[in-house]
Design a protein around this ligand. Structure first.
Ligand code: AMP
Length: 282
């Protein structure tokens, strides 16, 4: 396994592989790896000759500087976890300068409105940061396929749009959400939850599952009200948003329509730690 910090080293290594006709699977991460990340890496290993995993806490996608400072960083154990999966993994651990050059700036993207919904509303500039860093990383890694979790479903849709806008030949592949046995979606931020918050957080998925059950028989308004009600007296979890939205444009709906695919999306605060989750409804 190789761990590269320099852009030129990984570009050289990747160029050699591409000349040999090898396929490259890419899993971009911000580190603090958990089994959700590893599921993506395992899928990439199965489907490609070589896998590149980037570990880079991207400053431009954080709208909250405290969140950026407190984001868990566990590089040593991340590298060890990856080394157990395959010897054929290249880990890219760049500094901001290696990714961005001298000017760490986000490009302004028009993702045809996808960027204005949900996470886009509550995290201004977030998707410009995501789009910009991924454009840089894709240019460096030249992946055949890139793997993203449905945990960040809005991000997944935006990355597909990014590949279209930037005319990139990479195939974007979505992977299912990996959960704890109690239903809590794995997230690097879970490492920051205290015991009480950890005990309370499985409620998020319980609620999503109930919404999925009720989806055929209840109105959108009823479901929205029911979800708000569940958090009203909760001492640990605070609801930021709950929306039922069309998969195609991620716009939230007031009424269901025939032959349309929907997902429910939720963002919740446990203290200062922000947790997101979603579920397919039909
Ligand atoms: P992050 O390190 O949080 O930026 O995540 C890197 C990639 O892993 C993204 O594509 C995420 O959607 C994906 N991911 C994070 N958590 C999970 C999970 N619980 N299940 C599946 N994919 C995940």
């Amino acid at each position: 396994m190789h761990v590269y910090e320099k852009r030129r080293d990984i570009v050289f290594s990747v160029a050699t592989l591409l000349i040999e006709g090898k396929t490259i699977g890419f899993v971009p991460t911000m580190g603090a790896l958990h089994n959700g990340h590893l599921a993506l890496v395992n899928r990439a290993i199965k489907e490609n000759d070589t896998v590149v995993v980037s570990i880079f806490v991207n400053p431009t996608q954080f709208n909250n500087s405290e969140d950026l400072v407190n984001y868990p960083r566990t590089l040593e154990s991340d590298v060890e976890l990856l080394s157990k999966l395959s010897t054929n993994i290249i880990v890219f651990v760049p500094t901001p300068k290696e990714v961005y050059g001298e000017e760490m700036m986000s490009k302004n993207y028009d993702f045809e409105g996808l960027e204005n919904e949900m996470e886009g509303k509550f995290r201004p500039g977030h998707f410009n940061g995501v789009g910009t860093v991924l454009k840089h990383l894709f240019d460096i890694v030249s992946p055949t396929r890139a793997y993203f979790g449905e945990k960040d479903f809005q991000q997944l849709q935006i990355v597909k749009k990014l590949a279209e806008i930037e005319n990139m030949s990479v195939q974007i592949i979505g992977c299912p959400i990996f959960r704890e046995d109690n239903g809590l979606a794995l997230s690097s931020r879970n490492k920051r939850l205290n015991k009480k918050q950890l005990q309370a957080s499985p409620l998020i998925y319980k609620i999503l599952k109930q919404v999925k059950k009720d989806f055929g028989t209840k109105s959108v308004l009823e479901m929205n009200e029911w979800v708000s009600e569940q958090f009203k007296n909760d001492e640990i979890l605070e609801l930021e948003y709950f929306e039922i939205a069309k998969i195609s444009d991620l716009k939230s709906i007031k009424e269901k329509q025939k032959d349309t695919k929907y997902r429910a999306f939720i963002a919740v605060f446990a203290g200062k730690i922000r947790l997101i989750d979603n579920i397919a409804l039909n």
